[in-house]
Design a protein around this ligand. Structure first.
Ligand code: SPV
Ligand code: MG
Length: 431
């Protein structure tokens, strides 16, 4: 009896899946592959049902002999392991981003005499409706809030990109690239105080009040589903911070990061060029403890950001603070630096990881931007935030358009640099 293999990424099983399974099992002894959580999240969206439960769904279908996990979008490893006689797939992967994956399958099958059987893919409206509803569920606060923690458990390393309004939120939500048979997208969004303030034409000195910052969160939340990391600046007075924690948690934000500065906060990228005061370990620990006590769920994370390297207080001070804030209850530590050279951050990672293997470490490599994500992961970092690149890309582009129109007394010359509006509105979801 020939052996047959087919792979699924679905959270639910509907009639369409049963139909193709019935056809596949006519061809031989059927093994079903279930795509890993990480692979599903990389190319589609966060899976609502974890891989282990999705495996159980298929184990209970008559005619499925065995269920295995397929760890990558590429079929290479699983095919070389199982060497099935037949691979079954819908014919929808003959074009689009899945085509290189199909080409690889065809080539591996032909290396040992296997064959590919494709069935016509039918996208029934009632099934696309289910998928749409599942996406909408991902945006609900209770489901959204815990997703950062889950991503950290699942992947150990997460990337976040800055968003400061609904449109940049959509760019972070939907930008995806396909490479080497896989896909890459940002895992989360960073609500930068610098960019939120700059978008309003204001300095980054905690001048834009929380009500206005919440409004930005709301604009982004309305049109996206990815977890949100909120830049809480200093957190303000402890008596105020506890209310901020409750509000953010209720809205479905996943993490707030507060920095150990006090008084009039200035942006860290100014470093020691401006007067900035670091909070005492005792006082900031108390703020962390109060924030942790105020939250209602285990899903919401509070991260302590340490400014010792920014303020040139040295590694020992940074380490002492990291220990103290973790012991006060911080769920993660962000260590910041404004040096181009990544060495001081690497020194911190090495020293801290010697004594603490688990507390997540967050980095914002704006200045020290030469190191790739894979290396940060290998050195023990868990979250990398791209804090302001979208805004810095936009400003020169809009300035240039304004100047070109002034220079030419008309808009024709700048048109070549502009995206047609019918392409922009493709980003905007329709109900
Ligand atoms: C922000 O993006 O607002 C930050 C990161 O706090 S930094 O600007 O590097 O201080
Ligand atoms: Mg900030």
């Amino acid at each position: 009896m020939p052996t047959v293999y087919m792979c699924f990424s679905t959270d639910i099983i509907h009639g369409g899946h049963i139909k193709i399974i019935n056809e596949a099992k006519q061809l031989g002894d059927l093994t079903v592959g279930v795509l890993s959580d990480e692979a599903v999240a990389s190319y589609k969206r966060f899976p609502l049902v974890p891989c282990i439960e999705r495996k159980q769904l298929f184990e209970n279908i008559a005619g499925v002999s065995r269920v295995v996990e397929q760890k990558t979008l590429s079929y290479k490893d699983i095919l070389l392991d199982l060497k099935p006689d037949i691979v079954v797939h819908g014919d929808n992967w003959q074009q689009g981003f899945q085509k290189p994956i199909r080409d690889e399958v065809v080539s591996i099958l032909s290396s040992y005499g296997g064959k590919l059987v494709e069935f016509p893919y039918s996208s029934d409206e009632k099934y696309t409706e289910i998928d749409k509803r599942q996406r909408a569920d991902l945006a609900m606060p209770d489901l959204r809030r815990g997703r950062l923690k889950r991503l950290l458990e699942m992947k150990g390393f997460v990337t976040a990109m800055e968003a400061h309004d609904g449109l940049t939120g959509l760019v972070v939500e939907n930008t995806i690239i396909h490479e080497n048979g896989g896909a890459r997208q940002f895992d989360a969004m960073w609500l930068s105080s610098l960019c939120d303030s700059t978008a309003k034409g204001k300095p980054d000195i905690e001048l834009v009040d929380m009500t206005s910052r919440f409004r930005t969160i709301d604009d982004i939340m309305e049109v996206t589903t990815k977890p949100i990391i909120f830049d809480g600046d200093t957190g303000g007075l402890t008596e105020h911070f506890v209310y901020t924690v409750r509000s953010l948690e209720r809205m479905g934000v996943s993490m707030v990061i507060i920095e150990d500065k006090t008084g009039l906060k200035k942006n860290s990228l100014f470093g020691t060029e401006v007067v900035q005061t670091q909070d005492s370990i005792e006082h900031f620990s108390q703020k962390i403890r109060a924030g942790c006590a105020a939250r209602r769920t285990k899903d919401f994370m509070i991260c302590a950001r340490i400014e010792s390297l920014i303020l040139e207080k040295g590694l020992e001070d940074a380490l002492a603070r990291a220990r103290a804030f973790r012991d006060a209850g911080a769920d993660a530590i962000m260590m910041h630096s404004r040096k181009k050279d990544p060495q001081e951050i690497m020194d911190f990672l090495e020293a801290f990881r010697k004594e603490d293997k688990t507390t997540p470490i967050v980095l914002v490599p704006t200045s020290f931007n030469s190191v790739k994500e894979e290396e940060w992961k290998q050195r023990g970092a868990n979250i990398v935030i791209y804090a302001n690149q979208l805004m810095r890309a936009a400003v020169p582009a809009i300035q240039k358009a304004a100047e070109t129109i002034l220079e030419n007394h008309r808009a024709e010359e700048c048109d070549k640099d502009l995206m047609p509006f019918k392409e922009i509105i493709r980003l905007i979801p329709e109900e």
